[in-house]
Ligand binder design. Structure first.
Ligand SMILES: Cc1cc2nc3c(=O)[nH]c(=O)nc-3n(C[C@H](O)[C@H](O)[C@H](O)COP(=O)(O)O)c2cc1C
Length: 175
């Protein structure tokens, strides 16, 4: 019987929520990236890694690339982000983070939201500044207009339904 480990890095809780949802549907182990050791990776055939996009980057992915031999295991990566799941959002996330391993992994993007209450001081300040810059910008595109309003306050667009394609892939690998 094959085994899977879900590893997540979650600053404000969205990625943890998605990781917990996946675990509700599939028998597997789960751990935050900070607590994962090489021995934990070695014990599993399939590794799922998830984190929230920060300024286009997937935090913790460099560490995961060092810990996991992508040739040796099935690797599934998911990113959560405040922006909607559309090609012009998701393609740059793939290009910026997975250019060196895109053919070796399955990638999924899940729309989440913004949680100011759980955000650290610097992230909060960064988001508020970004929100102000965007609202002050002249000739905003429709997407920019929407985004500038959305990110002023906390919101949650996460839905358990979004995990289905990832769960199907994970079940297929578990056999
Ligand atoms: C500093 C900062 C930068 C962010 N940058 C992006 C971004 O580039 N694209 C995006 O879609 N969402 C962005 N977000 C929203 C997060 O990706 C979203 O809230 C994510 O689900 C957080 O996951 P976590 O709570 O598990 O860490 C950003 C949030 C913060 C605080």
């Amino acid at each position: 019987m094959k085994s899977a480990l879900i590893i997540y890095k979650s600053k404000t809780g969205f990625t943890k929520k998605y990781a917990d949802w996946i675990r509700e549907d599939v028998t597997c182990n789960i751990a935050p990236l900070e607590k994962v050791k090489k021995e934990d990776i070695d014990k599993h055939d399939i590794i799922v890694y998830g984190a929230g996009v920060h300024a286009g980057l997937i935090p913790g992915l460099k560490k995961v690339k060092k810990l996991v031999n992508f040739n040796d295991k099935k690797v599934i990566i998911f990113a959560t982000g405040a922006a909607p799941n559309v090609e012009e959002i998701v393609k740059p996330v793939i290009d910026n983070n997975l250019a060196d391993c895109v053919s070796m992994v399955d990638f999924f993007y899940f729309e989440s939201g913004i949680n100011y209450e759980n955000m650290g001081f610097f992230s909060k300040r960064l988001m508020k500044t970004f929100s102000k810059i965007l609202s002050a910008k002249k000739d905003k595109t429709e997407e920019e207009k929407e985004m500038s309003i959305m990110i002023m306050n906390s919101f949650d667009n996460s839905k358990k339904d979004y995990i289905k394609p990832l769960v199907d892939t994970l079940k297929k690998y578990l056999g």
